[in-house]
Design a protein around this ligand. Structure first.
Ligand SMILES: [Zn+2]
Length: 146
């Protein structure tokens, strides 16, 4: 599956700079103690734009669910359909979601509830992107606590 090469803008540059340092960061609002991703110009809860900082995460999460994409409108991905799209919830803040193709996981066999960890893949000279992989497989499946 081809990986998109990020084009950082002013808003997302700190995120991509961190990725290039092999760190996964999210925005944190120090006014209302809330984290958010993807990056936004203001806090989606309190509207503050002067209290947003960047916080390094554990890089760990859990698979919340997934879909199998069979008819994408994203042209570069068409040759690879169908493919998995998993929703990853961040370990320390399950409100924060990432999407992943979970490379190596067979189509339609995404282990919902399994723990995942971030890894970093090079997509261009000097440019890494974040990707998720299932933690070392040994019975990682645990149902979510309700
Ligand atoms: Zn806030």
């Amino acid at each position: 599956m081809p990986k998109p090469i990020p084009v950082p803008d002013e808003l997302s540059k700190p995120f991509w700079d961190a990725v290039n340092q092999r760190q996964l960061v999210v925005q944190s609002c120090t006014a209302c103690n809330r984290r958010q991703y993807p990056p936004q110009p203001t806090c989606a809860k309190c509207g503050s734009k002067d209290h947003l900082t960047w916080l390094e995460t554990s890089g760990r999460g859990r698979i919340q669910g997934y879909v199998v994409e069979r008819d994408t409108r994203m042209e570069p991905l068409v040759p690879d359909q169908p493919f998995n799209i998993a929703v990853i919830e961040l370990q320390e803040d399950p409100q924060i979601l990432f999407l992943s193709h979970l490379p190596g996981v067979p189509l339609g066999q995404v282990p919902v509830g399994a723990r995942v960890e971030v890894r970093f893949d090079q997509v261009a000279p000097g440019q890494l992107i974040h990707e998720w992989q299932v933690e070392n497989s040994t019975g990682g499946y645990r149902p979510r606590k309700k």
